[in-house]
Design a protein around this ligand. Sequence first.
Ligand code: GFB
Length: 317
Amino acid sequence: MKKTDKIFIAGHRGLVGSAILRALQQAGYSNLLYRTHADLDLMNAEATHAFFAKEKPQYVFLAAAKVGGIHANNTRRGEFIYHNLAIQLNVIEAARRVGTERLLFLGSSCIYPRHCLQPMREEYLLTGPLEQTNEPYAIAKIAGIKLCEAYNSQYGTNFASVMPTNLYGPYDNFDLESSHVLPALLRKVHEAKLTQSKNIMVWGSGTPLREFLHVDDMAAACLFVIQKADFKDMVNIGSGQEVTIRQLAELICEVVGYQGDIVYDTSKPDGTPRKLLDASRLTQLGWKARISLKEGLQQTYQWFVQNESLTAETSVA
Ligand code: GFB
């Protein structure tokens, strides 16, 4: 990928897309293409094809998606499958038609079976039933992976898929109903500290394990894959930093400086018990995560406090 190549970042206002855009700018890429949702609706096939026909991007990062935490995934099931399938079909097919040299499709570790062997290797895909709370989203993401694979096989395209573990960082969604656990707890603990509440409420039992990766590490991994790793299939991106939800809540209380109690609401779902990625395919090539969970939490908390007004509304990547 040359510094002057035309690169389209789909979803540049979301958590991942904005991090990829920052990383490309910092690395000196000068021909970057991005559109707001108002300017280009990627669910609209005609508009997407017209945009690609005009711009003919040589590289595409497909980070546009309907995303959310366990509650949003579980309750807006129709939106999660339809929006993601539509975006993927339009963008991947449009990239094929205009001869995009390389496309990177972003997925999620929830594509693996609910009771998958741990740590989860790429070849464990489709070896068992999925977690119910996010099955529609996972099915859409699996369809995206298979679309890239099928196009590579039939049309000789060079489209790859990257599967990150649970991500967090600046420009995350901090809306308590639709966000993931990490931004939700940062907000809850911050507000509890300000209002001097005696406790904070954490969903579920606190026992599920989650692996967290800072989105700047994710963006670095995406650039690494698109530049240096000649994968044509799918590759995991993880940090190896796994904690229980209870440990995460305690760490967040420490970072925020809150001494109240943590109360568990077991009427809320736990989701999958564990989803630790095996990222050895990528680490063997020389990539590794650099930001520790504590450091990443401190940085994200600082960002949240400075940008609270930005995070007041629900954001969709
Ligand atoms: O991050 P999260 O929403 O999604 O929840 P998943 C992780 C765990 O944190 C679950 C618990 O066990 C939640 O019950 N949790 C505790 C909370 N308190 C809270 C809270 O205030 N808010 C939230 N959201 N959770 C999503 C998938 O799964 O992860 C997506 O639904 C995607 O498809 C994404 O894969 C990365 O890790 O369970």
